[in-house]
Structure formats: C-alpha cells, structure tokens
Design a protein around this ligand. Structure first.
Ligand code: DQA
Length: 139
C-alpha cells in the first residue's frame, strides 16, 4: 500500500480555533479522519510540530522510504533555510501545500524556501489543498 505523510508546521495544531475566516472551522483531526475514510487504499500518516528541528527530523525519517510527503511548513515556509535544505536532500517527493493563497497575503508570505525543491505547489483551496496534493501522488 502506498504510504503518504502529511507534515504540518507551527500553529496548524489549532486549526478550527485559529483565524477561522482564513483557515476555516474544522480541526485538522476532523479533516484527516474524513480524508483517511475517503482513501482507504492509501496509508496517510500525520505529523505536526511547532518546532523547526522536529519537522526536519521527521522529513529525514520518512524521506527515503515513503511514497510522498505533503508539507505545510506554515510560517517556516517563509523563513527556514534548514527545512528547505532537507527537502532538497531527501529522495521522497514533497508537495508544498497551503490552506490560504499566500500570494494574496502579505509580501513576506510570497517567499518559499521549500518551493524550489518541491515536486509542486498547491495553495489557496482551504483544507482541500491537502486532498489535491494527495491526488497528485495517485497518478
Ligand atoms: C499557511 C500560510 C502561512 O503563511 C502561514 O504562516 C501559516 C499557514 C497556510 O496554510 O495557509 O501558518 O501555511
């Protein structure tokens, strides 16, 4: 069975409570449960951390064995050379995902240290961005 992991960065553990006008009302666990039910033939693992180094450790752990990584590094997208380097170093393809359209927001959200080494980017479709990223690993 194909193994995919969703890795979420800082503040994505409080989805549902956090700025619902931008990020919606659903918690990530509620969304994940629905996604796992809808795609029973794929193993969809999940990891979230507010700590930059923990995200790097997880990327290294899965980055030579999994079929795909769906990465929403949240604010670290725009700041972390370290996470960008890891995405470059690992063998598993990474799809960069954002809930909001970061290009329609503040200028500091327009830079991504992940994008240059990502397989592709999906952003601006709410939590559905994650499902679209998942589908990209199915063909
Ligand atoms: C985000 C966009 C980032 O700019 C922001 O820092 C986040 C969430 C998104 O999913 O829209 O925390 O990655």
């Amino acid at each position: 069975m194909k193994k995919i992991i969703i890795i979420n960065g800082p503040n994505l553990n409080i989805l549902g409570k956090r700025e619902p006008e931008i990020y919606g009302n659903l918690t990530f666990n509620e969304f994940l449960e629905q996604l796992q039910k809808k795609y029973p033939n794929i193993i969809i693992d999940y990891f979230q951390s507010n700590v930059e180094g923990e995200i790097i450790n997880k990327l290294q752990d899965v980055g030579f064995s999994y079929g795909g990584i769906i990465l929403n590094a949240a604010a670290y997208t725009h700041t972390s050379v370290g996470i960008g380097d890891t995405v470059k170093a690992i063998a598993t393809p990474v799809v960069e995902v954002h809930i909001s359209n970061t290009y329609a927001r503040e200028d500091f959200r327009h830079n991504s240290f992940i994008a240059p080494n990502a397989k592709g980017l999906i952003l601006g479709f709410g939590l559905q961005s994650y499902e679209l990223a998942l589908q990209s690993f199915l063909f």
